[in-house]
Design a protein around this ligand. Structure first.
Ligand SMILES: Nc1ncnc2c1ncn2[C@@H]1O[C@H](COP(=O)(O)OP(=O)(O)OP(=O)(O)O)[C@@H](O)[C@H]1O
Ligand SMILES: [Mg+2]
Ligand SMILES: [Zn+2]
Length: 504
């Protein structure tokens, strides 16, 4: 299968062929028709949204021998030469590689010379934000006194980096990201033109991935075609992009929300074994969380990034189980892990830790503390049915503080020395009828005394009374000097230094 470079083949040649950007197209076409173009334009907007394409159409339209309604004919000598890049009066400058003052001074001289071939000279300066300050100043001089036979079209993806003095000389058009529908529609046409047979879902998946840029969309289409041939399913696209599908992500989050750690680790392992990248998995999770967050606010009006039509019901089921604060925190955790995973080798571990951390956050919102604690904290039971007894995270959490105080008070009532030992410990959390209590390394003595039968039994009695059922006790070591890395710390908080068994 060969590479088609669809995005180059499918550069729009006429205004009519441009997808989206309607207002810009209309304004330019009118100006062309009425012969009142400005001398300088600034096209600002994201990658692959049509800036260069439209600049070239403008260049053709002003030089075309028989333009119609502001459209170039694409057949006359001028149009053909411009299309081939051999037209002397249309000059494309890539500011990323010609950043200097010399080029701009040179330009200042050259613009004075009358057009050799056409009616007007058109200078298209791409990536104009890359110019140096001196180069900008030189360009400014040219823009201040533009010869009437010259049109400048500056293009940039970073308009905020263009000096105000330059901007004020230009008519500015802001290109917008193309909508999902626009991109999918274009992809469909291109696929048909090549006799390809794409599943609708596959097209939409590509369109989503392109994030509003048509060039990227066409490049992805190319890649998938080169790899899979003419008949393309959604699964093919997922394979080529190395991403997991939204159903997988939904189930993964389900597992997280129900604190099913075993399942989470299993699912991550499965995806990694299938060859998905840890970083990609973290990134997909970010997208999914983002979709959930949007869905919470906008419902069906949200524009989803990874969740596809039929699978919105997952969001509906999940939205009530997390509050916005926790969701934002979880998003941050995952975004950080995407960053870390860029550089990391031990990526499986990092990914797992990020998920565990997220599990904490997402299930530690008030009301999700401990089963059977209703009367104590006044909170409701966890919303997620499966979740039995969420573990820690927010020891800062008021509910947990209250709980720990209550345990300590109960112990104190029974035996003061036991209380003295236990009060040096830290409540970590409860999971599956096991309570975890941590001691800092310096408190080995306290931990060991608490592990002795007498003290342990006192604590067991108090716990049974509070929770109305027996709890197993695990004392674990905390360490804050040796392990500064928060992730490792987390792991220790979870598993304990002595590898605490967490049963599912
Ligand atoms: N609005 C659009 N309509 C039709 N095709 C488009 C559009 N935008 C981008 N494309 C496709 O993407 C390719 C690249 O577009 P173009 O060079 O115009 O983007 P750009 O905005 O200049 O991007 P960059 O900022 O990366 O230079 C085109 O050849 C075309 O195939
Ligand atoms: Mg461009
Ligand atoms: Zn023409």
């Amino acid at each position: 299968m060969s590479y088609l470079a669809l995005y180059r083949v499918h550069r729009p040649q006429r205004f009519e062929e441009v997808v989206g950007q309607d207002k810009i197209v209309k304004a330019l076409q009118n100006a062309l028709r009425e012969d009142r173009l400005s001398h300088a334009y600034l096209f600002a907007g994201p990658r692959g949204t049509g800036k260069t394409s439209i600049a070239k159409i403008v260049a053709k339209a002003v030089n075309c021998e028989s333009p119609k309604e502001g459209e170039p004919c694409n057949q006359c000598a001028s149009c053909r030469d411009i299309n081939n890049g051999t037209f002397m009066d249309v000059v494309e400058i890539d500011a990323a590689s010609n950043r200097g003052i010399d080029e701009m001074r040179d330009l200042r001289e050259k613009v004075r010379i009358l057009p050799a071939q056409g009616k007007r000279k058109v200078y298209i300066i791409d990536e104009v934000h890359m110019l140096t300050t001196e180069a900008f100043n030189a360009l400014l001089k040219t823009l201040e006194e533009p010869p009437s036979h010259v049109i400048f079209i500056l293009a940039t993806t970073e308009p905020q980096r263009i000096p105000a003095t330059i901007k004020s000389r230009c008519q500015i058009y802001y290109f917008r990201r193309l909508t999902l529908e626009e991109i999918a529609g274009r992809l469909k046409k291109v696929s048909e033109a090549y006799g390809m047979d794409w599943e609708e879902d596959a097209l939409y998946l590509v369109a989503r991935r392109a994030n509003g840029g048509l060039r990227d969309a066409l490049s992805i289409m190319d890649q998938v075609y080169a790899y899979k041939g003419e008949r393309i399913t959604k699964q093919d696209v997922l394979d080529v992009l190395g991403v997991v599908d939204d159903v997988f992500l939904a189930h993964l989050l389900d597992a997280v929300l129900s604190r099913d750690m075993k399942r989470v680790i299993e699912m991550l392992g499965q995806a990694l074994n299938e060859g998905k990248e840890a970083q990609q998995l973290a990134r997909e999770t970010v997208f999914y969380l983002r979709d959930l967050l949007l869905y919470k606010h906008l419902g069906d009006k949200a524009d989803f990034y990874v969740v596809t039509g039929d699978n919105v019901h997952f969001l509906e089921e999940q939205k009530g189980k997390v509050d916005q604060d926790a969701l934002l925190k979880a998003l941050r955790i995952m975004m950080n892990s995407v960053e870390r995973l860029k550089f990391s080798e031990g990526n499986r571990f990092l990914l797992e830790m990020a998920f565990l951390e997220m599990m904490d956050i997402l299930s530690s919102s008030p009301g999700k503390l401990v089963e059977g604690e209703d009367e104590m904290t006044g909170d409701k039971k966890p919303a997620s049915g499966k979740s039995k007894t969420p573990v820690k995270e927010k020891a800062r959490d008021e509910g947990e503080k209250v709980l720990w105080q209550k345990i300590l008070a109960g112990v104190k009532e029974k035996k003061i020395p036991t209380h003295a030992l236990l009060s040096q410990g830290k409540f970590i959390g409860i999971k599956d009828d096991v309570i975890y209590i941590g001691f800092k390394k310096g408190y080995r003595f306290h931990k060991e005394r608490m592990e002795e039968r007498g003290n342990r039994e006192i604590l067991e009695e108090v716990l049974a009374k509070i929770f109305k059922k027996p709890l197993e006790i695990q004392f674990i070591f905390l360490d804050d000097d040796q392990y500064n890395d928060i992730m490792v710390k987390k792991a220790i908080e979870y598993f304990g230094e002595d590898v605490v068994q967490i049963r599912d």
